[in-house]
Design a protein around this ligand. Structure first.
Ligand SMILES: [Zn+2]
Length: 339
């Protein structure tokens, strides 16, 4: 039985019910606690340093049922809620903050979209808003009819209903860049807040809080600077993003020798991989949903599963792949989610 590595990806982790945005797609803190109980019963949590060592030398094999905890996007949730629980339990987490969110206190568009969605009861309202803006801008941008976008963008999400899926994809990626940025801006100030800086202060960790993480033995890796889809950039622009991400690690005092890249939205391409190889990147984390296999996978494209793929109740049945002759692994590559 191959000793597959389970890498779990987390985003928001907070006392959701009691928060100002209870509709946010976040992991309720109590459920995180339950999931850690489950993980500690069935897995051995390993550190990033162990995974790097094992990826380089088969003699540094990981313990049975290894699991790595990863937290994307540098949310303050990770300092306030995740860090105390991990410290209590003696577990290491790996954290991937985008430099611009921390240094410039800008709210990433992807986060604006999450909070816009969390601020309205009916996502249909947002679809109508986007449709009427598209009507006005159709000639200027040469847009297709609205229904073409809706049917193309609203299906096949693992977690979201069709209107929500449409809003996310239209604003994150599919509409022309300056147009979707304007739309996101308008919706954010209408439904969430017009004080972006104050919001960013609340949403993301500060440099000082990131240093607390390091002092507590946590691992910090790169999530780039501006949280771009790196596979949509020119090689020169990719280099710039990688370099800025590395400078940020340096500013924080995080290790730059064995550094790890976590691709925003899971986006990478061959050009990016060779840039990373040239800079000694040890591991790369994607959003492809599968268990990782350090003997078979390219270390720069390791798949992860989502927190939603694991139970949050300690009494839940054990994962399927334990010691089972002829039993299927828990996860085969099934999909790519770009929250
Ligand atoms: Zn991200």
């Amino acid at each position: 039985m191959p000793n597959r590595l389970t890498i779990v990806m987390y985003h928001y982790v907070r006392p959701l019910e009691a928060s100002r945005y209870p509709r946010l797609k976040a992991l309720e803190l109590e459920h995180f606690r339950g999931q850690l109980d489950y993980i500690q019963r069935h897995y051995r949590v390993v550190s990033m340093e162990q995974v790097i060592a094992a990826s380089r030398d088969a003699r540094d094999a990981l313990p049975a049922h290894p699991l790595l905890l990863t937290f994307d996007d540098g949310y303050r949730d990770h300092h306030d809620h995740v860090l105390p629980l991990l410290t209590q339990r003696g577990l290491q987490g790996s954290f991937f903050p985008p430099a611009c969110a921390v240094l410039e206190r800008r709210v990433l568009d992807v986060n604006k979209i999450h909070f816009i969605l969390a601020s309205v009861e009916d996502p249909g309202v947002l679809v109508d808003f986007i449709f009427s803006a598209m009507d006005e801008a159709r000639v200027h941008y040469g847009l297709e009819p609205n229904h073409v976008y809706f049917s193309g963008l609203s299906s096949d999400s693992r977690y979201d209903d069709p209107p929500t899926t449409f809003v996310k994809r239209a604003l994150q990626r599919e509409l022309p860049e300056d147009f979707r940025q304007q739309l996101t801006e308008r919706l954010f100030s209408q439904y969430v807040t017009s004080d972006e800086k104050a919001f960013a202060e609340e949403l993301y960790m500060s440099e000082g809080q990131l240093r607390h993480l390091l002092e507590a033995g946590m691992f910090i890796g790169s999530h780039g600077d501006q949280h771009y889809w790196l596979n949509s950039l020119s090689p020169a622009h990719q280099i710039e993003e990688v370099e800025r991400g590395l400078r940020f690690l340096e500013v924080l005092g995080a290790c730059r020798d064995d550094w790890v890249m976590c691709y925003p939205y899971g986006g990478y391409d061959d050009s990016l991989l060779s840039i990373l190889r040239a800079r000694g990147c040890a591991l790369g984390l994607t959003t492809e949903v599968a268990l990782a296999d350090l003997t078979a996978n390219d270390p720069l494209i390791l798949p992860r599963i989502d927190t939603n793929d694991l139970p949050t109740d300690v009494e839940a049945p054990p994962p399927m792949d334990f010691g089972g002759q002829g039993r299927e692994p828990l996860f085969d590559a099934v999909s790519r989610e770009t929250s």
